[in-house]
Design a protein around this ligand. Structure first.
Ligand code: TYD
Length: 212
């Protein structure tokens, strides 16, 4: 039985998710929530899932078939859910997860053109009924995201998916925007603002949705 609350943070590459999550966690700590939430990420978030992450993001794996990629993301998700997310929810924690199933629907379903129905089928197998209670979509135009990634080169590893074209990243961004327009669960956050402001906006959305 789920007792905690499950939040995912989504966005295109370079949307500033990771920095926002760091800043958001400081705000949560200042507000006295430090023992009541966990931060985790996909792909990865558990020992086995992190090993799958290495395969997925390895720049040498350019030959990876798109369906293999989709299955590995779903496999990583399953392991992370079972080992990390479900135990935390059962302990009554707020789980803040950097990416979840919407990333697979956007990247593999739309941008890789596999179809969201097929991606949903394999992911439903992986996650059963564990959907986030709330998804914060940090939105930036694809060009802004890619420029940030190029600027951060050296500080941050350039992964296999970062290397995709601007057209690919535009498809991802539009897919996320479409999902947000269709589903109440997914709420838009303007990722072009300074990171502290984006984190503050996320905090206010958590309050407005009764998560904290
Ligand atoms: P992530 O570590 O979140 O990278 P970033 O900090 O650049 O957002 O995710 C790694 C990459 O994996 C990113 O390009 C998005 C992609 N991805 C998918 O294609 N499908 C998925 O289901 C997930 C979770 C991530």
């Amino acid at each position: 039985m789920k007792k905690g609350r499950f939040i995912s943070i989504e966005g295109p590459d370079g949307s500033g998710k990771s920095s926002t999550i760091k800043a958001l966690s400081q705000l949560l700590d200042q507000a006295g929530w430090q023992d009541q939430y966990i931060l985790t990420r996909e792909p990865g978030g558990s020992a086995i899932a992190e090993q799958i992450r290495q395969i997925l993001l390895d720049v040498h794996n350019q030959d990876m078939d798109h369906r293999t990629e989709a299955l590995l993301f779903a496999a990583s998700r399953r392991q992370h859910l079972v080992e990390t997310v479900i135990p935390a929810l059962e302990a009554g924690k707020i789980v803040i997860c950097d990416r979840f199933v919407d990333s697979s629907l956007a990247y593999q379903g739309i941008a890789r053109n596999i179809s969201t129905d097929l991606i949903w089928q394999i992911n439903h197998f992986a996650i059963e009924d564990y959907l986030p209670d709330l998804t914060l979509l940090i939105d930036v135009p694809a060009e802004v995201g890619l420029e940030r990634i190029y600027k951060a080169q050296g500080k941050r590893q350039f992964d296999r998916l970062d290397r995709e074209s601007v057209d690919f990243h535009n498809l991802v961004r539009q897919a996320f925007l479409d999902f947000a327009a269709e589903q109440e669960r997914i709420v838009l956050v303007d990722g072009t603002k300074p990171v502290d402001q984006v984190a503050q906006d996320c905090l206010e959305l958590l309050q407005a949705h009764g998560i904290i």
